[in-house]
Design a protein around this ligand. Sequence first.
Ligand SMILES: [Zn+2]
Length: 172
Amino acid sequence: MPPRPRLGVAIARRAPTKLYPFERYFRGFEGVPPVRELFGTRARAVLRKLRVEFFSAPFGYMGTSDKDGHLLISTRHLAKGDRRTLYLDVVHELCHVRQFQRGKRLFYPKLSYVDAPSEIEAYGFTVREGRRIGMNDRELFEYLRVEWISETELRRLARRCRVAAPPRRRRR
Ligand SMILES: [Zn+2]
């Protein structure tokens, strides 16, 4: 084999992440029923300590770090997502924050997104909150839809969260 050419570059492998206080962007969450349910009397303290990292990309919504439990939020989603969706997304992520605090796994790379126990719990919890704030099955079904899952996976997730799916559309 011929010797490979040297790349001649240097890469610093430790990148900083800029974190901001959650409460600078999201107020009042400590008082809403799902957050009380998740953290009880600790709700205030948990949110006060929570940090958020913003990312700018044409895809993605929100996530929770499995390294230290901080939130990751798309600046585009924060600017353009509708209020109710953002509210439910935060509730969903706070469910992951609690999973993280309890030492549970957040990511299951070998499973489909809709089969990951962490996601089933977080979506189940979020759907219950969606119903409490008045969403119907059609709205909840649409809330569950994300680009990276198939129609079949979407229906599986809906079934697991007890959301009635609309009849399958016929292909033409
Ligand atoms: Zn999730």
